[in-house]
Write a protein that binds this ligand. Structure first.
Ligand SMILES: C[S@@+](CC[C@H](N)C(=O)[O-])C[C@H]1O[C@@H](n2cnc3c(N)ncnc32)[C@H](O)[C@@H]1O
Length: 292
């Protein structure tokens, strides 16, 4: 492990609070190496291995970002505006209905991943559950053709207005229709209107995930070949390594179990950022063999 990657890793750990399993791992390794550097006793071989582990963990996210196509100027502007907003202050002043934070924004690599998925699958009707300031909605809109449409659900009106201002700055913004209110209610309204979607991104309240998943299938909101992407299914590592998970950690673990046991779908959990599970409906009809 060379000193450059170690330095890069150290720099990357100085940014916002880590919200992914690998970011948290890097922070813990950094703190451990710092305290050992400060005088605790450890043999040189173990110290060297610890440094390599730290460099592997702390350099990963920045290297992945470096190897990913850059975000557009509009997405960079949206991310910057989100980062400088005083979310804690807005909640205290009663502007936002729930506490929100800049770390909720999906960001460059995940945005590019979603944009490429919708472009590659030829999706035309996209549903987003949990929009926040609109980063993923706008990234998805950029991957859609001219006739593509994103219906983006957001509970909080202040945040929805924030996002709309960013959409209005973009030539892709007119593809996004914002629906304000609890997503479960919006889903029922969309189903009543006969809407169906070929790509769905779920990134809202974690305890709501199982309900949204069931509503999408049972209210027939999915086109036959629809692809679902579910965010934060690693939830900072809590589902697999935390003995006392948070409410969100428990909810995501339960959601992951529910999907794994549901024979109507197949799925894969991709360890990108905080985990994205891709899900599609599988044909229930079993091909019968021709009698010999
Ligand atoms: C993690 S953020 C979404 C991030 C966004 N997808 C992005 O890429 O930047 C979750 C959002 O879901 C919203 N939310 C929470 N509960 C909701 C609900 N019941 N219905 C709709 N939106 C909800 C929150 O207000 C928040 O803005």
């Amino acid at each position: 492990m060379n000193s450059t990657s170690l330095q890069d890793g150290r720099r990357s750990s100085c940014g916002p609070r880590p919200v992914t399993p690998v970011g948290i791992l890097a922070e813990k390794l950094l703190s451990l190496t710092d305290s050992l550097d400060a005088g605790s006793v450890i043999d040189s071989q173990s110290m060297s291995e610890l440094r390599q582990a730290m460099a592997l963990a702390s350099g990963l996210d920045s290297y992945v970002a470096k190897c990913t196509s850059p975000e557009s100027a509009e997405l960079a502007h949206l991310a910057k505006q989100t980062a400088i907003e005083n979310w804690g202050g807005q909640f205290d002043a009663g502007q936002t209905e729930i506490p929100l934070e800049q770390e909720m924004l999906s960001g460059h690599v995940e945005g590019q991943f979603l944009k490429m998925l919708v472009a590659a699958t030829g999706a035309t009707k996209v549903l987003e559950i949990g929009m926040f300031t609109g980063y993923s909605a706008l990234a998805i809109a950029q991957g859609l053709g001219r006739d593509g449409r994103v219906v983006a659900c957001e509970l909080d009106p202040y945040t929805a207005q924030f996002a709309q201002r960013e959409f209005d700055r973009s030539e892709h913004g007119n593809k996004i229709q914002v629906e304000i209110g609890p997503a479960s209610k919006t889903l029922r309204k969309l189903a009543d209107g006969g809407e169906q979607f070929d790509f769905v991104f779920i990134d809202a309240d974690k305890p709501g995930y199982i309900g949204y998943f069931r509503q999408l299938i049972e209210l027939e909101l999915l086109c036959p070949n629809a692809l679902l992407c579910i965010d934060n299914t690693l939830l900072q590592g809590e589902p697999y390594c935390d003995e006392t998970p948070s409410d969100n950690g428990r909810a995501v673990a339960e959601f992951n179990r529910c999907v794994a046991n549901d024979t109507r779908v197949e799925q894969v959990l991709i360890p990108l950022r905080d985990g994205i599970t891709m899900i599609r409906l599988v044909n229930q009809q079993v091909e019968t063999e021709e009698p010999k």
